[in-house]
Design a binder for this molecule. Structure first.
Ligand SMILES: [Zn+2]
Ligand SMILES: [Zn+2]
Length: 449
């Protein structure tokens, strides 16, 4: 069986997060999206931890579900910590994900963090003055099984490799603990092919998660595992952790593997290009090489985007052009051109965004909400709609224009205006195709049946 996992999100106790980010609603939306395994987020927060204890029951070793519920979405205990400290005379700000095998381990880690002066009540994603190495010492002092993954690793302001905040290598950041950093999370602004360029990551797994702050954003990126068992009751925390560790350890013995990742188009991420939001300045890596990183309008330094940062870190390694292969339903898979041990990836656009453009209304409109519910109800979840459903069947439920939009997204026949300096990129499904946009929905015969 395949397990679609989204292992980064925040609870209502984090800044700028929807009040709907609570376990019962997450469980409901997990099912709508077709996500099998969700992170709980924010286990460092004492009030959120109380809610987790009240709402969850164990459904496998270290895997939880909504108490008394038949919903199929499971939960993994996760937290994210923002470390702000000085190392080598420079200020560092790094976000790191921590996955724990039990609520008891979580409680102990929280105790240790509090002893070291962390104010865990301050936010669901607390800021601590401890370095990444100090944090590793704390969590692995409590339990060696805790899984540590640097989050959105390339974003400029709060990341391991951030141009304004981080380091040039995992060794530099994690020191003696670098050997237990088995994976990085790509963030929305980079895709695996970009990550494959970096020598530091050759032996490490590349995982993708949504970092959702509201239920609708769940699953905009995800990691799909393949599990040899048949029932979700059969897998535990250790299986998930092992799947993530295997590449680094050079083992191939686990019951669970990373099968592929589901990616946002990296251009859609809000730090893909270099630029200055206030001054309306946007630069591609090529332009940045020519013009430098000083804003020509205000003279301050630009926010160096993920694409340029990856090129810096790749040093002289050339860009990797992934091999494309189209699946049965038209979904394009992107593969490493030489290394078959690298899991491939697909690039999707969230269904709400697709519907908004196809129906010509806002993403939060009732119309989009209504068609979304119809589709996920009929096909059994958003990922079924995006990846597996026959477009002719989608057309019958939602009209031919929606069917065509899904088909174009699957084949990658869309345009994305790159995001920069905190501004999200913009997807256009029909940008370069004026003809298609004249086709009116509903009245037209279904193009795919
Ligand atoms: Zn973060
Ligand atoms: Zn400027």
């Amino acid at each position: 069986m395949n397990i679609i996992a989204d292992l980064q999100l925040h609870s209502k106790y984090s800044r700028a997060v929807s009040k709907d980010m609570v376990i019962p609603i997450l469980s409901q939306w997990g099912e709508k999206k077709g996500i099998d395994l969700l992170a709980t987020g924010d286990w460092t927060h004492p009030l959120w931890l109380k809610e987790l204890e009240a709402n969850l029951e164990e459904a496998g070793e270290g895997i939880y579900k909504l108490k008394g519920s038949e919903k199929k979405t499971r939960f993994l205990l996760s937290g994210e910590i923002s470390s702000i400290y000085t190392q080598g005379g420079q200020g560092r700000r790094v976000h790191t994900l921590f996955f724990a095998p039990s609520l008891a381990v979580v409680a102990k880690i929280n105790q240790e963090l509090t002893k070291r002066g962390a104010n865990l009540m301050s936010d669901g994603r607390p800021i601590v003055g401890l370095s990444c190495q100090d944090l590793c010492e704390v969590v692995w002092g409590v339990d060696e099984r805790v899984l540590v993954i640097p989050a959105h690793a390339f974003t400029p302001w709060f990341a391991l490799y951030g141009s304004k905040s981080g380091f040039d290598s995992i060794d530099e950041c994690f020191g003696e603990y670098a050997d237990k950093i088995y994976a990085i999370e790509t963030g929305l602004s980079s895709d695996p092919a970009m990550n494959w360029q970096i020598a530091d990551l050759d032996r490490r797994a590349i995982v993708s998660f949504s970092d959702a702050h509201s239920p609708r954003k769940l699953g905009r990126e995800a990691t799909v595992f393949e599990f040899e068992g048949k029932e979700s009751e059969d897998y535990g925390f250790d299986d998930v952790a092992w799947a993530i560790k295997e590449r680094y350890l050079g083992e191939n013995s686990g019951r669970m593997k990373i099968l592929y990742t589901i990616e946002f188009h990296p251009e859609e991420g809000k730090y893909h290009y270099t630029g200055h939001r206030k001054c309306n300045v946007v630069q591609s890596p090529q332009e940045t090489r020519e013009k430098g990183t000083t804003c020509h309008v205000c003279g301050r330094s630009l926010t160096v985007g993920v694409m340029h940062r990856v090129e810096e870190l790749a040093k002289d390694r050339p860009e990797i052009e992934p091999k494309k292969k189209e699946g049965k339903t038209g979904v394009v898979g992107y593969w490493h051109p030489e290394d078959e041990t690298r899991p491939p990836y697909v690039m999707l656009v969230p269904l709400h965004e697709i519907l908004a453009e196809a129906l010509g209304v806002g993403e939060s409109s009732q119309k989009v909400g209504g068609v979304y519910e119809l589709l996920v109800g009929k096909f059994g979840g958003e990922f079924e709609v995006l990846l597996k459903a026959e477009t002719s069947q989608i057309g019958k439920v939602a009209g031919s224009r929606v069917a065509e939009a899904v088909d174009r997204v699957r084949r990658g026949e869309i345009e994305v205006k790159p995001g920069y300096d905190g501004v999200f990129g913009e997807v256009s499904i029909w940008a370069s195709d004026a003809l298609a946009s004249e086709v009116k929905p509903a009245e037209q015969p279904d193009l795919f049946s």
